[in-house]
Design a protein. Structure first.
Lengths: 424, 249
């Protein structure tokens, strides 16, 4: 086995230049990163992932010069939205249009709201086991912040488009979403770009009692890019966190969701679809911690894997002793379109309480030949018939977004764009 | 319209199922192919429609002067061959209307006709439903998803009406239907009879032929047509069963 890649070049980059503020904490986080080192296949959480693509180069943090940005309309949500754009990990004011927000709502750049930065801090930044979270805590420059006060319903979604175009550089983004008691909001994130860069994002989500957040994300990074994202969500009683992640882009990517229930009767829905081709490798990992009674978790992830691509699903649900009346269902279904495509799927339940309803399941299969013949027997050419079946397969995950037809349409459009695209 | 000569076929990596079939079907004619289970009826329909899983080992099939067996399944459909499935496939996530419009427009493109937009398509659908005297309750559901046996067969007949094939192959369309559903489906088939359309009804029982009167009846047994005749043959079979043709069924 090859030796563990050195962390030293990142120390050099850190010493040479890191964003101002919270110096001691940044130093502690970098030390943590150095202690942990880069993960390898020996780490359970990374055993299916080939990190060679990350070790080809040292991705020094981007320093803020904003490059020319193309028309972002193909990636944008078509409906009304309060919209901001970040380029190479930093807020781009001239591309952003927030408009009027309800009283008390803050939405914009995290760096422009320094008082909010501390709200993104979490002990796992400096003491946790995730190397990339620690590196993010050392190097983050900007991100977005959304704060909605108690009782406020944000009827128009907020949209954050991240454009990456600095080859050889890394963007360490730090995001905050905080909803007061009974507040509601929809967040639509998009990551796209061109070139060979590394996005490393960490999002802190705090939902007070009865708050409801819908968090949608399109990952359509450059086909050369690396994308790691971690979301950690704390839910008070009666809160709901719903996330949908559509993974289309990136060469190597991973989305981690960690949900902690802090009060009874909270629910979360973690949904996603990944459509991969070429030599793409993408992981969706979830960890849901049922520490309190009467919470409900639903997970549905659908994967379509073509050519030599590799999809990974790691789902972990922990039901602790006090978490009676837990409901937890986890489902991962995959479609392999080529003999060289691969999927690793590991749904996992650990149950220490005795009065719970839990289920999990995973499937890996081919396109349904009978369905394909049925469509062809009606005159539909074979390639179109295949596209129809693939779209229907992915739509099953998109349809989990139950009461938002515009958001569903957003993702269906993106899936159709992928289906029409062929290898990039 | 359709000329089958000495057709022999086997299931891929399996046994020989058709052992030399000869059949001529002219435009406007309705042929019934009857026979016991395992006689090769459904295999014949599958091979004519281009279903994968079979290998033709001998003979030929000419359809409107073309070598039918050299065309892919979707090409055959666009050329006007329609197979009503014995077991219509459920396709979750594909809306029935979306599917049918894609199919109709594929056929229309092939014929050099303009594609129908959503409005024109809906109008055509409404007209056909009225003509066939069937309801619109199945349109907005996934293709065959959660349909009863009767609903599935009704959906097949409706698709046939929309696609206006030249050669319709109906594979056990009567199986699993109660009397009301059978009447509805038969009524649809009768309405679609026309001088420039040929139909081949594949059936185990004589029941369907009480409602749809064929011009010719053929008995298929052990991969061969062992007897052909007019509609009176059905009544005779009803009395004697298939045992006379070397089958216990």
């Amino acid at each position: 086995m090859s030796p563990k890649p050195e962390t030293a070049p990142y120390r050099t980059a850190f010493d040479r230049h890191h964003p101002a503020g919270h110096d001691e904490r940044r130093e502690a986080a970098l030390s943590r990163f150095e202690t942990l080192g880069f993960p390898t296949r020996r780490d359970e959480a990374w055993r299916f992932t080939d990190l060679k693509k990350l070790h080809r180069a040292v991705f020094a943090p981007a320093e803020g010069a904003i490059h020319a940005v193309p028309d972002l309309v193909p990636w944008r949500f078509a409906g009304d939205a309060h919209r901001i754009v970040l380029v190479n990990g930093r807020f781009a004011r001239e591309l952003s249009q927030v408009g009027d927000l309800p009283k008390g709502v803050i939405f914009g750049s995290l760096a422009a709201n320094p008082a909010l930065i501390e709200q993104t801090f979490d002990p796992t930044d400096t003491e946790g086991g995730q190397a990339f979270t620690a590196l993010n805590a050392a190097l983050f420059a900007d991100g977005f912040a959304l704060v909605v006060p108690a009782g406020v319903h944000l009827d128009v979604p907020v949209e954050i488009v991240h454009w990456g175009a600095a080859s050889g550089r890394s963007f360490h983004l730090r995001h905050l979403i905080a909803l007061g008691a009974g507040a509601t909001a929809t967040v639509i994130e998009t990551y796209a770009g061109q070139g060979d860069y590394w996005t490393n994002a960490v999002t802190t989500v705090r939902l007070d009692a009865g708050a409801k957040l819908r968090h949608a994300k399109l990952q359509d990074e450059s086909s050369l890019a690396i994308h790691f994202a971690q979301v950690r969500a704390d839910l008070a009683s009666d809160a709901r966190y719903e996330s949908f992640v559509l993974t289309l882009g990136g060469n190597l990517s991973r989305h981690d969701s960690a949900v902690l229930y802090g009060g009874a009767d909270a629910t979360c829905g973690l949904f996603g679809a990944y459509l991969l081709r070429g030599e793409q490798e993408a992981t969706n990992a979830t960890f849901v911690d049922h520490a309190v009674p009467s919470c409900t978790t639903t997970e549905v992830f659908k994967g379509v894997v073509d050519e030599r691509a590799h999809g990974v699903f790691l789902g972990s649900i922990m039901v602790r002793q006090d978490a009676q009346k837990t409901n937890a269902n986890q489902l991962n279904k995959n479609l392999l379109l080529s003999p060289r495509a691969a999927v690793d799927t590991k749904p996992q339940l650990e149950i220490l309480a005795d009065d719970v309803k839990c289920s999990h399941g995973a499937t890996v299969g081919d396109l349904d030949e009978e369905a394909l013949f049925y469509l062809e027997a009606r005159g539909i050419p074979a390639p179109e018939a295949r596209r129809m079946l693939i779209e229907a397969f992915a739509a099953d995950a998109i349809d989990q977004i139950e009461d938002d037809v515009d958001l569903r349409a957003h993702f269906v459009t993106q899936v159709q764009r992928w289906l029409g695209g062929g290898a990039k | 319209m359709l000329k089958i000569s000495g057709l022999q076929a086997k299931i891929l990596s399996g046994r020989e199922v058709l052992k030399g079939i000869d059949l001529n079907v002219k435009a406007g004619e309705v042929h019934a192919i009857m026979g016991p289970n395992g006689s090769g009826k459904s295999t014949l329909a599958g091979i004519l429609a281009g279903k994968p899983g079979y290998e033709v080992t001998g003979g030929s099939v000419t359809y409107q002067g073309k070598d039918l067996l050299s065309l892919s399944a979707d090409e055959r459909a666009r050329e006007g061959v329609f197979l009503a499935f014995q077991y219509p496939v459920e396709i979750p996530g594909v809306n029935n209307m979306y599917f049918l419009r894609a199919a109709l427009n594929a056929v229309r493109r092939h014929r050099g006709e303009a594609e129908l937009d959503a409005g024109q398509f809906l109008k055509a659908v409404r007209a056909k439903l009225k003509e066939l005297e069937i309801g619109d309750d199945l349109l907005q559901r996934g293709v065959n998803v959660g349909f009863s046996g009767g609903e599935k067969k009704r959906n097949e007949i409706f698709q046939m009406a929309m696609l206006e094939p030249k050669l319709a192959l109906l594979d056990e369309t009567d199986s699993g239907l109660d009397i009301d559903a059978l009447k509805l489906v038969s009524n649809g088939i009768n309405k679609l009879r026309s001088p420039d359309r040929a139909m081949v009804l594949i059936t185990h029982y004589q029941r369907l032929l009480d409602y749809v009167e064929p011009d010719h009846i053929h008995v298929l047994s052990q991969g061969k047509i062992v007897m052909s005749g007019d509609k009176s043959l059905a009544a005779e079979l009803e009395k004697t069963g298939y045992a006379a043709f070397g089958d216990a069924a």
